[in-house]
Unconditional design. Structure first.
Lengths: 185, 505
């Protein structure tokens, strides 16, 4: 496939480096206020309050987990009542086989609720962030590896509706970015 | 407006001036109720006094759990080197310092003169009666027993002699034959020596026979005599008083000294102290509830009892802390110090302990229900009889777990002071039902045992429960307000104050 390499490379994003967490934090507030949507920050450690500075809302992953957990709860009760009470009533330790068998079913119900919640967190998150994938354009950046060491990076993607090649670059410089790298697809 | 204003310095702390009217009301209700309760208990006759003992235990234990929970959160906060809750730690310490007052209110339970002790813990009178009758019987039997034993000694000695004579009379015995007789003589001699060794003085015989008769009369109390005896019981109760009161006072004292001198040495002391105190605290609280609550029926036991009571106390003291916080903020205090982040964290802890309580309470029920062993099921048998079954399902299963669990799942609930306070009130109400469920079902069967007709409840006794609850509650409220106003509302010179003020989760 020689023509894929011959394709003109397009700009994916700007990666801007900041001196420290505080600068990045304030820059994030400015980017948020400027109305950018497709952007992110990458830091070696979590920065408290960055959610608010970036204007991130509440994550709705919890709703997915609630649905998953409820499914597990209902599934476990159904599984046990159907097999142990209605399909083939099983008398264990002279316990009743009716609604009052329910304490015996709690451990399994508890475990399945947790298992399904766990699954829905994992798979819900993977689908949400579109993983797994082979590669990501950010790996073309030479600055990006610093985000696991000592770099406080901000990435503004070119598909952002507010993105203008020159203007955004100037904007980044204005809010205190040091080195700015153009990353291509 | 009261409290800190913008520009005030945090290091001077925030003084609380307790509302005089509320404090007065608490004092009047509390001490008035106390007076009325004890006048009634001394004038109404033995039967009613017994019923009132359960009411007093219920009220004192309920408020004691809140204090113990407050102390637990203080100790945990230090031991885990936490930073989030420094601004609310003084509230925890104040709640923990309620322990001394509640323990003093528990004194009538401990001294038999009030007539509560023997009605609550039947093993006291049962043991006393069994020991007495066993002793009397032993004294009567002693003389006969001694003659019997002496005859036995003589008989054994005679058997030895006979065997020796028999061996001597043998004509040229085979080596096997001799060995057989020697072995026989040895055995008989051993038996005789054993009988001979036995102390046959009158005192020793009476002691031995008393034990024997005691075992026959109250087998369970006999095998548990090493633990369930008066002397050891009073030793343990002293231990609970010393440990719980001591820890609560010391940990608050250090914290308050730090307010004035700002020396970080106190911070380190509190941290190290907490790690050392925690095991003593756990042992004292666990055995306190063994001795005061589980022993309401001395035949019953559960190894989860201590952690069950602990789970309820940690949950509900967190609920009360949230309520205190909301009340203080409403009155204008702590507004610049406590943020919604603290509410969120405390709500999360409350949520966690709703689950933990349910986990422990259900596990205890589940294991006993499934194993179905006679000596363990008694507790739940009583509480599944009569109306207690419906009570359990409504208040404990649904009210204590499902409702707060569902509501506290929502993040915005935990971040809204008013709503989370309503949930805390609900939890405290359910905790009242929980403690009531632990103590009161024992009252009917215990007090009517031996009358021929076992009643599940004592009619009219609920009035005493209400009276006791209100009066202990009033005293609790009075001293809590007093403690709150006796020092700054937050540890104003704690090294971790800055971290706590800016906490984000």
């Amino acid at each position: 496939m020689s023509d894929s390499t011959a394709k003109p490379t397009s700009l994916f994003a700007y990666v801007a480096e900041f001196d420290n967490a505080m600068d990045l934090y304030h820059a994030a507030e400015k980017v948020r206020d400027a109305g950018f949507r497709r952007w992110d920050v990458h830091t070696p450690y979590p920065i408290h309050g960055m959610d608010a500075a970036m204007g991130l809302g509440k994550s709705w992953l919890s709703a997915v987990v609630l649905v998953g957990g409820t499914t597990g709860f209902i599934f476990a009760l159904f599984l046990q009542f159907f097999t142990q009470v209605s399909l083939y009533p099983t008398v264990v330790q002279s316990k009743p086989t009716n609604l009052f068998t329910v304490p015996a079913f709690f451990p399994v119900t508890f475990e399945l609720t947790i298992l399904f919640s766990g699954f829905s967190i994992l798979f819900g998150l993977l689908i949400w962030i579109m993983l797994p994938r082979w590669n990501h354009p950010l790996f073309n950046s030479s600055l990006f590896p610093k985000s696991t060491d000592d770099g406080f990076l901000m990435v503004i993607e070119s598909r952002d509706p507010k993105f203008k090649k020159e203007k955004t670059r100037d904007f980044l410089t204005e809010i205190g970015a040091g080195e700015i790298e153009e990353v291509s697809h | 407006m009261a409290g800190l204003k913008d520009g005030d310095d945090f290091k001077d702390g925030e003084a609380f001036k307790s509302p005089t009217l509320l404090k007065l009301l608490c004092a009047v209700v509390g001490f008035g109720g106390l007076l009325l309760f004890f006048i009634l208990s001394f004038s109404l006759g033995e039967e009613k006094t017994g019923a009132m003992g359960y009411s007093w235990l219920f009220a004192v234990i309920f408020f004691l759990t809140l204090g113990v929970g407050g102390l637990f959160w203080t100790l945990l906060h230090h031991a885990s080197n936490s930073g989030w809750g420094t601004v609310v730690r003084r509230l925890m310490e104040n709640l923990g310092s309620m322990i001394p007052f509640m323990m003093v209110l528990a004194l009538p339970l401990v001294f038999p003169q009030f007539g509560f002790r023997d009605a609550l813990w039947e093993w006291f009178p049962l043991r006393e009666a069994a020991l007495e009758s066993a002793g009397e019987k032993a004294e009567k039997e002693a003389a006969g027993y001694i003659t019997e034993q002496e005859a036995k000694v003589k008989k054994a000695q005679k058997a030895v002699d006979t065997a020796k004579v028999e061996l001597a009379s043998l004509n040229s015995p085979s080596p096997g034959h001799t060995a057989y007789f020697e072995r026989k003589i040895k055995g008989l001699e051993k038996e005789a020596a054993k009988l001979n060794e036995k102390d046959l003085s009158e005192g020793a015989v009476i002691a031995e026979l008393t034990d024997k008769n005691f075992l026959k009369k109250e087998a369970l109390l006999f095998v548990k005599r090493g633990y369930l005896n008066e002397r050891f019981w009073y030793f343990r109760v002293t231990f609970y008083f010393v440990v719980l009161i001591g820890i609560a006072l010391v940990i608050r004292r250090w914290s308050i000294i730090q307010d004035s001198d700002g020396d970080p040495k106190w911070f380190r002391w509190m941290r190290r102290g907490s790690c050392g105190f925690l095991p003593f605290f756990a042992v004292a609280w666990t055995f306190l509830v063994f001795d005061w609550l589980m022993a309401l029926d001395y035949t019953w036991f559960s190894t989860m009892w201590g952690v069950y009571l602990f789970a309820g106390s940690a949950l509900n003291s967190m609920g009360l802390l949230i309520l205190m916080l909301t009340g203080l903020r409403k009155a204008g205090y702590l507004r610049n110090v406590v943020t919604l982040e603290h509410y969120h964290l405390m709500g999360k802890l409350m949520h966690a302990f709703v689950i933990f309580w349910a986990y422990i309470a259900f596990s205890q029920f589940f294991l006993i229900w499934y194993a179905n062993i006679t000596e363990e099921t008694k507790f739940y048998l009583t509480r599944n009889s009569d109306f207690w079954n419906t009570y359990t399902i409504c208040f404990l299963v649904i009210g204590h777990f499902f409702i707060p669990f569902g509501i506290l799942l929502i993040r915005s609930v935990k971040k809204t002071p008013l709503v989370v306070s309503i949930v805390a009130v609900w939890n405290l109400l359910m905790h009242v039902f929980d403690i009531y469920y632990i103590i009161i079902p024992e009252r009917g069967p215990s007090l009517t045992a031996g009358t021929g007709h076992i009643a599940m409840t004592i009619p009219g006794a609920w009035i005493f429960d209400v009276l006791a609850f209100v009066s202990v509650g009033g005293i609790f409220g009075f001293f809590l307000l007093k403690q709150l106003s006796s020092a700054s509302l937050f540890p104003c010179r704690d090294p971790r104050l800055d971290e706590s003020l800016n906490v984000v989760n």
